[in-house]
Design a protein around this ligand. Sequence first.
Ligand code: AMP
Ligand code: MG
Length: 340
Amino acid sequence: METQRLNGNYNSDIVIAGTILRQGGLVAIPTETVYGLAGDATNEAAVQKIFLSKGRPQDNPLIVHISSYEQLNQLTSELSIKAKQLADAFWPGPLTMILPKSKLISDRVSAGLSTVALRFPSHSVAIEIIKSAGVPLAAPSANISGSPSPTTAAHVLHDLDGKIDAVVDGGACTIGLESTVVNLTTEIPTLLRPGHVTLEQLKSVLGDVNVVDAVLHQSDSNAPVFSPGMKYKHYAPKAKMVLLEGSYKAFQTYVNAHAGEGVAALCYTGEEKGLHVPVITYGAQYCQEEQARVLFGALRKLDEMNCQVIYARCPNANGVGLAIYNRMIRAAGFEVRTLD
Ligand code: AMP
Ligand code: MG
């Protein structure tokens, strides 16, 4: 199939995207977090196509994207006070809530769970497309399962050109990491995936919030799985990646001592000069927003370099950094070495 290139600035293209979606087709759409691969969440065939075109395991449920509070009421069987408070505080925005599902959500979307993941995104093009489609949109990240989430239309086409009906170009995503996912069906709310809405922000609204172990540690295969996505390797570069924790001085010494054929480094912007290996940067050390925005693009560039080992600067895990750290330890297969 030929993948149509649409432009989010044109109203006529938004209408085309909405029509394709209403007819059961798949359209990659820009959101403030990453590009999503959207299909009509109420159409079983469309949902099945999402799993097939991404190569996504069937037991990994999808996030459903909405553009009104009316849709929130239709898709959940029970709306708690905490859910309303979180929606008031962070919607529209980069937050996904796990809530009890209504009959409109099929087992295919929720992977057999009794809950549904819902998000009201803030990106104006995403909102216009959901409205134009007139249906809630199931939309996982628009990449082949296992590759970094796409933050530009070019990333989407790299992975899915010829496999989906269209991509709507809305420019580079401003946040760059997937949404924060919080489960509100547990007695104490549980953070399942860190994102731009931080743990501290969630606590300021909800009080107590638990953090699922898999956010920071490799899941024990015998432990209960709270979010099926957690048991899958998020992203593994072709090369072996190792996070090096410590000062820049210690990083530089370590990398240069290990320099050689097939070795590359992933470091903060401005640190390139002292390193004797090919380098990709992921933003300024003290600008977590920038690190979040550019990280996935940097991981894609590293894959194109065909190296065998990547030594990466370990980010701070505070605030938004928890999300950056979470994605990077997964990319590194949880291999962190402490220097100094
Ligand atoms: P992605 O679509 O790639 O952004 O991933 C969505 C994430 O949300 C995955 O980690 C899913 O496992 C998780 N998720 C979606 N629906 C549910 C649900 N009903 N309960 C728990 N986790 C969910
Ligand atoms: Mg994904």
